[in-house]
Design a protein around this ligand. Structure first.
Ligand code: BES
Ligand code: MN
Ligand code: MN
Length: 456
């Protein structure tokens, strides 16, 4: 098996580079044509890997690619999920090489989507090819690669609900998360949920002379800043009434286990060029970025930002605010609590409007399931070290929905690193990680099939 990967090393990389050259940015309609091109590329790859079927399915948004290889209905079936859409590459001027012209430097692939998630889902297609070429596929495989993960996966939800029979499986395997380090493998056992809103604060019906009206009429930017500042207290606790009502508090044992994972605060600060960290009082950085909910402003705008100075009281101000959620918070409920609170703290001198964007539920998976064990054994075999269970801070909205609609747990066997700079300029993915993934995935199938057989 490893010989096949070794013999095809160069081609496996070249094919990924071709996929990375397609600017499949889901958020920006000017890339709509490229989204279809990327979907076609993925469909053809699944087909060439040896699947029985591989097709593009239209949705109300960007298409879904789905294919399968059913070798024996009595064997367990694994559904692979990934996303071919990527985040916008802006700001382009901060890239050292163009985001959609991949280059290899220092044993890393630099391109938008190299890790998130093209590099990671493409490992599954190459692993499938390898297993079929070496006659070692141990499970049935279904593979679904979507084009709207980075914009909330709302159309995929409908697709999943409408195609439950086609997607029926025993477990779901996803590579769209990170490990602690190349010599410290780990498996994420949780994801945070998300609720994302946009707010608008409006004062007077027009921009005003800040000398003639200043001091007497509300400045929406000042008001918005005060409102946002009040959303957290001096301990970094979120002040929205009811926000923490359903938050799962970890036991001391669970917290100790989380904090036992290797983590060097000094290294963390050094990497980010910061003198100190900042977060909720009473929790460690690991906890703050995984099992605690957050509230962050992602963007804020209003007033004059051109060259020089303009004396003006702007008529409105806006912000985009996200909240990361943890078990058992519900994204719709939190969104409603936010809206109600935000409207209630607005002074009478302004009007506010809250517009919800996308959301998603948090997710956790147990570590005593057969599928978790199979992933653990696969990584232990390929890395030579047993992986540590961690809790992830990011979100993959469809994962909780898979559980609701298909009644199946997902295994987050990702191979990225924090230094991959997901969503940032100069995103990259290590060649080590790409090939390690291709090597590890067949081991998951092998161990999962064996564990299932031993149990039956
Ligand atoms: N792959 C990431 C999520 C991720 C990254 C999880 C690293 C764990 C470790 C995914 O593509 C992502 O960016 N999700 C968005 C979701 C949103 C746009 C609905 C996120 O977390 O911001
Ligand atoms: Mn991703
Ligand atoms: Mn992403």
């Amino acid at each position: 098996m490893n010989k096949y990967i070794e013999d095809n090393r160069g081609r496996f990389l070249d094919e990924l580079l071709d996929l990375l050259r397609i600017p499949s940015v889901s958020a920006d309609s000017k890339f709509k044509g490229d989204m279809l091109k990327a979907a076609e590329y993925v469909r053809d790859s699944i087909s060439k890997a040896g699947a029985d079927t591989a097709e593009i399915y239209e949705t109300a948004g960007h298409p879904v690619v789905y294919g399968e290889k059913i070798i024996d209905p009595d064997l367990p079936t694994v559904l692979i999920y990934g996303h071919y859409d990527v985040q916008p590459a802006d700001p382009y001027e901060l890239w050292n090489s163009p985001p959609f012209e991949p280059v290899i430097k220092n044993e890393r692939i630099y391109a938008r989507g190299s890790c998130d998630d093209k590099g990671q889902f493409y490992m599954h297609i190459k692993a499938l090819e390898t297993m079929l070429a070496t006659d070692s596929l141990a499970c049935n495989v279904k593979i679904m690669i979507e084009g709207e993960e980075e914009i909330g996966s709302s159309n995929l939800g409908t697709f999943v609900s409408e195609n439950k029979e086609m997607l029926k499986c025993d477990t779901i395997l996803i590579s769209d998360t990170s490990i602690i380090a190349n010599d410290v493998p780990s498996i994420e056992t949780g994801l945070r949920g998300l609720t994302y809103v946009e707010v608008e604060v409006v004062g007077a019906n027009r921009d005003l002379h800040s000398g003639v009206y200043g001091g007497g009429v509300a400045n929406p930017i000042n008001v918005l800043c005060e409102m946002i500042a009040s959303l957290k207290d001096e301990n970094g606790h979120i002040t929205i009434p009811g926000f923490y009502n359903n938050v799962e508090e970890l036991t001391t044992k669970q917290r100790d286990a989380l904090n036992a994972a290797p983590f060097d605060l000094e290294e963390y600060k050094k990497d980010l060029h910061i003198n100190d960290v900042l977060g909720e009082k009473g929790y460690t950085t690991i906890e703050r970025t995984s099992v605690r909910p957050t509230l962050d402003v992602n963007g804020i705008w209003g007033g004059y930002i051109g060259e020089g100075a303009k004396t003006v009281l702007p008529s409105k101000a806006n912000a985009k605010i996200s909240m990361r959620l943890v078990p058992n918070q519900n994204d719709d409920a939190i969104c409603a609590l936010f809206s109600k609170h935000f409207e209630s703290i607005a002074p009478a001198s302004v009007k506010v409007k809250v517009t919800p964007h996308h959301g998603g539920l948090p997710y956790v998976t147990p570590t005593d399931s057969l599928e978790y064990k199979a992933a653990e054994m696969a990584m232990e075999e390929s890395f030579g070290i047993k992986p540590i269970p961690t809790r992830g801070g990011g979100s993959i909205p469809i994962v909780a929905l898979f559980e609701q609609e298909l009644g199946r747990k997902s295994i987050l066997m990702g191979f990225g690193l924090d230094i991959d700079a997901l969503h940032s300029p100069n995103e990259s993915y290590g060649l080590f990680n790409y090939y390690k993934g291709i090597e590890t995935i067949p081991l998951f199938f092998k161990h999962y099939a064996a564990l299932r057989l031993a149990k039956s």
